[in-house]
Design a protein around this ligand. Structure first.
Ligand SMILES: *[C@@H]1O[C@H](CO)[C@@H](O)[C@H](O)[C@H]1NC(C)=O
Length: 167
């Protein structure tokens, strides 16, 4: 059973739907790479996410670096960001760096390490920035997916960015 996010176990031990709900305040574990879903014992929100991920440019050269900004209305505690080739969303691509209020993660399904970004604490955040570097030799369209955790029972999975063209 996997889980990611969120809240200090000592502060938040909630019994919801008969399940023990807990979180990982220091970031998503590797297992969360698979479906980007926190296992909190409650379902994801189905509404449109109030949070999104905006790239600093939507048309870039291969191998170049852009900044991604995670923000929205209200605050979020946790996040997991992964970039995909929009034509084949099987494995993460590219490399993350300089994650504010966060850290990089090495999803094992990706060809290179540091292919995801996640939180490092459970403080409320209004904005998080990070750099993402496209793979050298990759030409195509990139989709950034971000899961946002507002609190232990409220999260949105794999929110999609606008597409980024890499030429
Ligand atoms: C989202 O939809 C699923 C399927 O209908 C449902 O089981 C789940 O409870 C919904 N999530 C919320 C937060 O209501």
């Amino acid at each position: 059973m996997f889980k990611y996010v969120c809240l200090s176990l000592s502060l938040f031990l909630l019994a919801l739907n008969g399940n023990l709900v807990q979180g990982t305040p220091t970031g998503a574990p590797l297992i969360a790479c698979a479906d980007m879903t926190p296992q909190h014992g409650v379902p994801p929100q189905n509404s449109t996410s109030p949070f999104g991920t905006t790239p600093s440019s939507t048309s870039i050269a291969q191998g170049s670096t852009i900044t991604l900004t995670l923000t929205g209305s209200g605050t979020f505690k946790g996040f997991l960001v992964i970039a995909f080739d929009n034509a084949n969303q099987a494995a993460p691509i590219g490399v993350f760096s300089a994650v504010s209020s966060g850290q990089t993660l090495n999803c094992r399904t990706g060809p290179t390490p540091m292919n995801a970004a996640t939180h490092i604490d459970n403080l409320d955040k209004t904005s998080v920035t990070m750099d993402w570097t496209a793979p050298a030799g990759f030409v195509g369209t990139v989709l950034i997916k971000t899961s946002f955790v507002q609190d232990v029972a409220t999260f949105w999975v794999a929110t999609e960015s606008t597409l980024i063209t890499v030429a």
